[in-house]
Design a binder for this molecule. Structure first.
Ligand code: ARG
Length: 338
C-alpha cells in the first residue's frame, strides 16, 4: 500500500536508501560547475567512488532509523554507471495513492529507481489501490543540455526540450505540491508531474533565490501542519506568505545559522541539510545528532527531536528527508478541510 499527502502526519511505512557502492555523479562539466563546490569539482568524474569509510559509516547511519522500512537494493553503481541508492527521495514521490518516478534530467540517474527500488515498486504495483507511474527516458540522444533548444535562456543547466524533474524539488503540503524550478527540474517536468497527480491535487511553483538550485528540501520545511520554516537567504516571508497554500500558516526563517564543516566533507550539499529532517508525526522529528541547538528549539515549541548520527550520509548529498520516501502516512484532515 502507498498513501501519503504531506510531510508531517503519522508515518507508518517508509523507504530508506542505501549508500554502499555509491559513486560521484558525473553528467558533464556544465552540470558540475552549475551545482557543485569548486573545491570538489575534481571528484565529479566517471567511475569515481565515494570514500569507502564514508559509505560504510553512511550505511550504519541509514540502518538505524528505527521505523518500519523497506530498503533499497545493494547496487554496484560503479559497474552499472550511476550515482547512489541512498537518496531515495530524489526520484520517488508518493502523492495520495499515486507513486511517481522522476524523469531524471541526469542521464547517470536513469536506471537508479529501477535498480535500487524496482522490487518495492513491483510490489506496490500489485496493490489495486495504488497507481505507479514509471518514468520513460528519451531513446537515443538526450536534448536536455542542447544550448539552442527552447528555454536555453533560463538560468539553469537544463533546457525545456523534454520533461525533467527530481522529486526532491517538491514537498507535499496536503493537496498542493510545492516545488521549484532548478538545474534538474524544468517547466515541462512540472506539467508532466501535474498530469500524474491524483484528482484534486495541484502544483504551486514558488520563487526561490538559488543560483545552484537542486532540491527544495533544504529550502522549505513543512515541519507540521501550519508551520513552515524557510532558508532565510533563498526565500522571503513576503513571497511565501503570498501563496494560497500557506495562508494561515506560521512562516518562520529557519532559527539557526548552520555552520559549515569539513569532516566528513560535504561534497555536494550545504550545511543547510540541518533542515532536511524527517517528521514521524505527533511532533516527533528525526534530526542529526549534532544539531542540538535545533533540537532545543523544537522542544521549546512542544516537539520532540529524535537524534540520529547521519553525517556520512550528508557526504553523499542529503540527510533524512532525502534518504527516505514516505509510503504511508495517516491522513490528517488536510484534504477534507480544504
Ligand atoms: N542543494 C541542496 C543544498 O546544497 C541539497 C539538497 C539535498 N536534497 C536531496 N534531496 N538530495 O543545500
Amino acid at each position: 500500500m502507498a498513501s501519503s499527502s504531506n510531510e508531517w502526519s503519522n508515518l507508518r511505512s517508509v523507504i530508506v536508501g542505501r549508500a554502499k557502492g555509491s559513486i560521484f555523479p558525473y553528467e558533464n562539466e556544465k552540470v558540475t560547475h552549475s551545482i557543485m563546490y569548486q573545491e570538489f569539482f575534481h571528484e565529479f568524474k566517471p567511475h569515481n567512488p565515494f570514500p569507502e569509510y564514508i559509505l560504510q559509516a553512511a550505511d550504519r547511519e541509514l540502518d538505524q532509523l528505527g521505523i518500519k522500512v523497506q530498503r533499497a537494493r545493494d547496487v554496484d553503481w560503479n559497474k552499472v554507471g550511476g550515482y547512489t541508492g541512498s537518496m531515495a527521495r530524489d526520484g520517488l514521490m508518493v502523492v495520495g495513492n499515486h507513486v511517481i518516478e522522476a524523469p531524471y534530467s541526469w542521464s547517470c540517474r536513469k536506471q537508479e529507481i529501477e535498480l535500487a527500488f524496482g522490487h518495492i515498486l513491483a510490489d506496490l504495483e500489485k496493490d489495486p489501490r495504488v497507481r505507479v507511474f514509471r518514468a520513460r527516458f528519451p531513446e537515443g540522444r538526450d536534448t536536455i543540455y542542447d544550448d539552442d533548444s527552447e528555454g536555453s535562456e533560463s538560468p539553469f543547466a537544463i533546457n525545456n526540450s523534454r520533461p525533467a524533474f527530481d522529486t526532491a524539488d517538491f514537498i507535499r503540503v496536503g493537496n498542493t505540491i510545492v516545488g521549484q524550478l532548478s538545474h534538474v527540474t524544468n517547466p515541462a517536468g512540472v506539467d508532466y508531474l501535474r498530469e500524474r497527480l491524483p484528482e484534486g491535487y495541484n502544483v504551486q511553483i514558488v520563487e526561490t533565490k538559488d543560483p545552484t538550485a537542486m532540491h527544495i528540501d533544504t529550502t522549505l520545511l513543512a515541519l507540521r501542519k501550519g508551520l513552515l520554516l524557510y532558508h532565510p537567504i533563498k526565500c522571503t516571508y513576503e513571497s511565501l506568505s503570498s501563496y494560497d497554500v500557506f495562508k494561515g500558516w506560521e512562516i518562520l526563517p529557519f532559527p539557526i545559522m548552520p555552520k559549515h564543516r569539513t569532516e566528513p566533507p560535504l561534497f555536494m550539499a550545504s550545511a543547510w541539510l540541518i533542515m532536511n529532517v524527517l517528521s514521524l508525526g505527533n511532533g516527533k522529528v528525526i534530526i542529526e545528532e549534532n544539531d542540538t541547538e535545533f533540537g532545543e528549539w523544537l522542544k521549546a515549541r512542544g516537539m520532540e527531536p529524535i537524534y540520529c548520527p547521519f553525517r556520512h550520509v550528508h557526504s553523499i548529498g542529503g540527510s533524512f528527508h532525502c534518504a527516505t520516501v514516505d509510503l504511508i502516512r495517516e491522513d490528517d484532515d488536510q484534504l477534507a478541510s480544504d
